[in-house]
Design a protein. Structure first.
Length: 284
């Protein structure tokens, strides 16, 4: 048995998997991300313990940067920054622990599912993350930051990003970007999925713009990596209306041969994050 955990700022999602990565049971526990470290650790343990099984291994995905099993930067869970979560879990459960960035976990899980040697995962939520599979293996880059696809520049002198740059993809297609653009047009606050359901002129414009910029990002990915498959997941991937526009834009802007051959997959399964975390256990 394997356990996969996705640790977000709002909730901890844990799943029990068979050795063939079949989901057997799952649970969700509030993270209390802004609370002190002991509170967050207690909630992580609660999620694992509620599965009532001693696993052979635990895989953990977390929305932040990870270096050698140590959590580096996690803006939504400051209590875990610079903390060796792998050692904590190993001491408590006495099994091997693997920890990775959540978007990279998602990508590993999708690679297992699609059996592609060249695959890119793109996660659209509050922010934008990603992962890159080259020749069947996750590519980390020199400093472990490969896959920060949300920070590709798609608009010169565009909207300022929290990374210090301007015009990053994240500032045009993430959930916060959709909310911001809608408020610019209407003066109202609304959640992205509710904006997508609305039939107003403003809502349709926001969704159309989101699809266009996603397509520009996909074209850049196709040109840079020539993948067999690009899987787009996360809460914003639930918005069906952005995908026809994104695919059309990608086909216009990317190199013709790789654009025709690449498969763009819309992933709407909420269990993808824990599947990806459990998939870490299958990676050497």
């Amino acid at each position: 048995m394997l356990i996969g955990i996705d640790i977000g700022g709002t909730k901890i999602h844990a799943g029990l998997f068979s050795s063939s990565l079949k989901l057997l049971s799952e649970t969700k526990v509030p993270t209390q991300g802004k609370a002190a470290r002991p509170v967050v650790l207690k909630n992580i343990a609660k999620a694992i313990d509620s599965l009532h099984t001693k696993p052979k291994m635990i895989g953990v995905g977390i929305a932040g940067t990870v270096k050698n099993g140590k959590v580096d930067q996690v803006p939504n869970i400051p209590g875990l920054e610079q903390f060796d979560l792998a050692i904590f879990l190993k001491k408590r459960y006495h099994v091997p622990i693997k920890i990775e960035n959540d978007a990279k976990c998602f990508t590993i899980g999708q690679q297992k599912k699609h059996k592609a040697k060249h695959l890119v995962g793109l996660t659209l939520g509050t922010g934008v993350g990603g992962g890159i599979i080259i020749d069947g293996k996750l590519y980390h880059g020199m400093a472990g930051t490969a896959g920060e696809l949300g920070h590709m520049i798609i608009k010169e002198d565009g909207i300022p990003c929290h990374c210090g740059s301007r015009g990053c993809l994240e500032m045009y297609i993430a959930g916060k970007a959709i909310k911001r653009r809608y408020k610019e047009l209407t003066g109202k606050d609304k959640l992205p999925l509710d904006i997508a359901k609305e039939q107003s002129k403003a809502a349709k414009q926001v969704i159309r713009e989101t699809g266009y910029y996603l397509g520009v990002g996909l074209a850049n990915i196709v040109n840079a990596f020539n993948p067999e498959v690009i899987v787009v997941g996360g809460s914003i991937a639930m918005i069906d209306e952005i995908f026809p526009i994104a695919k059309q834009t990608m086909e216009k802007r990317a190199l013709k041969i790789p654009a025709k051959r690449v498969k763009i997959v819309q992933n709407k399964h909420s269990g993808s994050s824990i599947l990806g975390a459990a998939s870490l256990c299958m990676v050497d």
